[in-house]
Design a protein around this ligand. Structure first.
Ligand SMILES: Cc1ncc(COP(=O)(O)O)c(C=O)c1O
Length: 396
């Protein structure tokens, strides 16, 4: 027995898996249905029909029974061939990790080096593509949001750079940390393949991956020799039997969870979901700005225009002590620093099913723990976050 304030519902403020809405959890809690026909099959077809709108595409979607890595693999294996060159646009950890998966599969991966404190430079993309006169590069891989650095790349601007170089490579974007958090316009931004997972903005437990493909990607599929039996788009395209949609037994509870999450997103409206993320992120940034005046804390991404609205990486020498005390003394779980940020950063996830009381609880607890550790703070981040939220509480 020990005296502690941590008893109560633990608040998990990590950049995914995110909080699962009670409605989604309730939807999963059901007896085993008929998997051959009826409600499950109809529900599954309905989520396949509704998912393209979430990525803002007319293209088709494939569902993987996997985490995001599986979706990465599906995207590469259905569009590329052994020995193909791909260009990875570095901006933190995740695009290079996607590229590393490609290396294992037999792709030749070239990395355009980037900063872990800023977005991909579209000018540098244009230059490297212009230099590839024989069009050896077959695909360009980038993340919309890097969950390690919390940078947001300008996907439309990178498309314009590819067009300026008149380069035909497939444009593939990882939206695992950003879909249903950040504005994303797959078709309008000329993206050929989009990848996401269920466990972040989509508010469903980990276990589903999504790959959206346009016609150009579908054409690449025809001669892709990295295809494997399990990930192959071909059989999954056929609507009958439903079993083939998932190359095996459907992920039944996840199908119901996804249906409910899509209903919730539709009820709120995707534009409003993006707006809510923008406002809640603004409150986090206001708090970090206030704490920063003491010189003890700093945004990893200084330029607000390059910041993700789903996750914020905060640099501070107090990061480890903060995370441990927040967890053990206050019941708040913060995101761990990923490779390269060890002992100098923590991350606040602000994605998915989130509102002001949850967010202010996180910000207030961080401030309280920093004070308990003796970190001198000139200004209150809680006050700054609350003041930032105030004008947004009753939008016209
Ligand atoms: C941007 C991004 N890409 C890919 C991944 C990998 O996804 P998963 O861990 O579900 O395989 C993550 C996981 O956090 C991510 O944030």
């Amino acid at each position: 027995m020990s005296r502690s304030l941590k008893h109560g519902r633990e608040q998990v403020s990590i950049p995914g898996p995110s909080v699962i809405p009670d409605r989604v959890l309730a939807a999963m809690n059901r007896a085993m249905p008929n998997i051959y026909e009826g409600e499950l099959v109809d529900t599954s077809h309905s989520i396949l029909a509704d998912l393209p709108a979430i990525a803002r595409t007319e293209g088709e979607v494939f569902i993987t029974v996997s985490n995001g890595h599986g979706a990465w693999d599906m995207a590469l294996s259905n569009t590329l061939s052994r020995g193909d060159q791909v260009l990875v646009l570095e901006s933190g950890l995740f695009a290079t990790a996607w590229g590393a998966l490609g290396t294992t599969a037999g792709l030749e991966v070239q990395v355009l080096p980037g900063s872990d404190r800023g977005a991909v430079d579209p000018g540098a993309v244009e230059d490297i593509l212009k230099a590839d006169k024989c069009h050896a590069i077959k695909a360009i891989l980038v993340v919309q949001v890097d969950t390690a650095s919390s940078v947001r790349n300008d996907i439309g601007a990178i498309r314009r750079a590819i067009d300026a170089a008149a380069h035909p490579a497939l444009y593939m974007v990882d939206c695992i940390a950003s879909l249903a958090c950040e504005r994303y316009e797959m078709d309008a931004w000329g993206v050929d393949v989009t990848v996401a997972g269920s466990q972040k903005g989509l508010m469903v437990p980990p276990g589903l991956g999504f790959v959206w493909a346009n016609e150009k990607a579908a054409a690449a599929y025809e001669h892709a020799d990295l295809r494997t039996g399990y990930w192959d788009w071909g059989p999954r395209r056929r609507r009958v039997p439903h079993y083939l949609r998932y190359c095996g037994t459907p992920p039944i509870q996840h199908v119901y969870a996804m249906r409910t999450a899509l209903d919730m997103l539709a009820e709120e409206g995707l534009e409003n979901v993006w707006w809510r993320h923008q406002v809640l992120a603004g409150a986090v940034w206001a708090a970090v700005d206030a704490w920063s005046t003491s010189g003890q804390v700093e945004h990893n991404i200084a330029d607000q225009a390059m910041r993700s609205t789903a996750v914020t990486t905060v640099l501070t020498g107090h990061a480890d002590a903060l995370r441990v005390s927040a967890r053990d003394d206050a019941g708040l779980i913060l995101g761990v620093p990923l490779t390269g940020y060890e002992h100098k950063a923590f991350r606040i996830g602000h994605m998915g099913h989130l509102n002001p009381p949850m967010l202010l609880g996180t910000v207030g607890t961080i401030e309280s723990v920093l004070l308990s550790l003796g970190v001198p703070l000139d200004k209150s981040g809680v006050a700054a976050a609350a003041a930032y939220l105030a004008p947004h509480l009753a939008p016209t």
